[in-house]
Ligand binder design. Sequence first.
Ligand code: ZN
Ligand code: ZN
Length: 323
Amino acid sequence: MKAMILDKQKKIEDNPLKYKEFDKPEIKSGQVVVKVQANGVCHSDLHIVEGDIPLGHELFPIIPGHEIVGEVVESKSNIQVGERVGIGWFYSACGKCEYCISGRENLCPYATVTGINHKGGYSEFAALDSNYVTKIPDNMDSAEAAPLFCAGITAYSAVKKLNVSPNDRIAVFGIGGLGFYGLQMVKLMGGKACAITRSHPEVAEKAEAYEISDKPAGKYDGAIVFAPNSGLVETAVSSVKSGKTIVVPAIMDKISIPFGSFMWEKNVTSVASGLRKEARAVLDIASSGGLISMVHTDKLSSANEVLGKLKQGKVKGREVLIP
Ligand SMILES: [Zn+2]
Ligand SMILES: [Zn+2]
């Protein structure tokens, strides 16, 4: 099979992903092999490829990609050949620990990641754990469903953490793939989605944001920081009211917050993407017409160029690779 292979973490400008032949995955008990139909390109892929996320040499070669939708072509599980399934960042967990048995499997200490611990979706085929995949509703296009598995679920999970009350003004910093869905989730949960973006106001408009501005305006009832920029976390903390929450799904090195802006009982939390029930909820919302999508497709072999565009902030909505 053909795949985009990463042998060594390097800057994207050096074209670190190589389009070449790789062994088709072998199926184990409890697994399915899918023929990948679509794989969304996430900002985390850039962190993986460029080395912002340090990875042990035993993990290489890596096939990135954690927004996979594919058709089952082999199965050693109760999932039938021919069904369409998807998987996101979270690949599998132990099924036995305190988190797994309480329905918070994304916090399992033995959780594994698609496209790091297992070969991901920058590939023609992928082996997935049948216990952790989610079925795709029949009326959904594979390319539109793929980004929901990381961007969609993470945005949903982030907004849920805010316990939005009707008419709450929620600040959304960073309107890339996640922010695009985040604005829509705020609206779906009854809030007023306030986009704060300098580079993508038209994406915020497409997502039907309530307000669009290039800097915070007034105090908010909650905030989400999707852009991987620690300065924005500090801005977000000082722009919410006392006792409110700031959710930070973006991956960043370090966050520093002056105590003065943090002292009025503000909660800062992160998001570990991947609960199955959240994947089902997001697919339900999308299949019943509740989400606008903004997807652009490209050939799998163009992954380096697509990631380069993402790095330069030139991607609007979500890019999806088609093998
Ligand atoms: Zn992701
Ligand atoms: Zn566990």
